[in-house]
Design a protein around this ligand. Structure first.
Ligand code: SF4
Ligand code: SF4
Length: 124
């Protein structure tokens, strides 16, 4: 769910679609038990190299750490300790280049597509 810092008017706060669409996988070394941040009990081992957030194993599943209702109001319960893919995933509306995967996830939940930052700056 988007990169930091959290903007109080970020569309992510009323979305959360990406937390219920992709398999959120990351190098197992991000787990807390081996010096990382992500609470182990919320993860699933994928293979000898990768783990993923529970609930997202097969894709199109909701991350166990997501609170609230997708498309209405959501919050990541481990925001400060979320794995790298969550930190790196950009909201389409806050990046110049945009992130089509953001809108792909939103479309899955019937949410309208966002415009990228470049489009917004040209329109104003
Ligand atoms: S799908 Fe896009 S708008 Fe929705 S929470 Fe993820 S990054 Fe934010
Ligand atoms: S850890 Fe947080 S930001 Fe990452 S997928 Fe789960 S709820 Fe979303």
């Amino acid at each position: 769910m988007s990169q930091e810092p959290v903007d109080p008017v970020s569309p992510c706060l009323g979305c959360g679609a990406c937390c219920g669409f992709f398999r959120v996988s990351f190098y197992w070394g991000e787990a807390r038990s081996v010096g990382g941040l992500v609470p182990d009990h919320l993860t699933t081992k994928v293979n000898s190299v990768y783990s993923c957030m529970q609930g997202t194993e097969g894709g199109h599943g909701r991350c166990v750490a997501l609170l609230g209702e997708i498309g209405t109001q959501v919050r990541c319960s481990i925001y400060q300790n979320r794995p790298s893919p969550c930190r790196e995933f950009a909201c389409h509306s806050v990046t110049i280049a945009g992130n089509p995967d953001c809108n792909r996830a939103r479309a899955h939940y019937g949410l309208p597509a966002l415009q990228c930052a470049e489009f917004e700056s040209q329109a104003s």
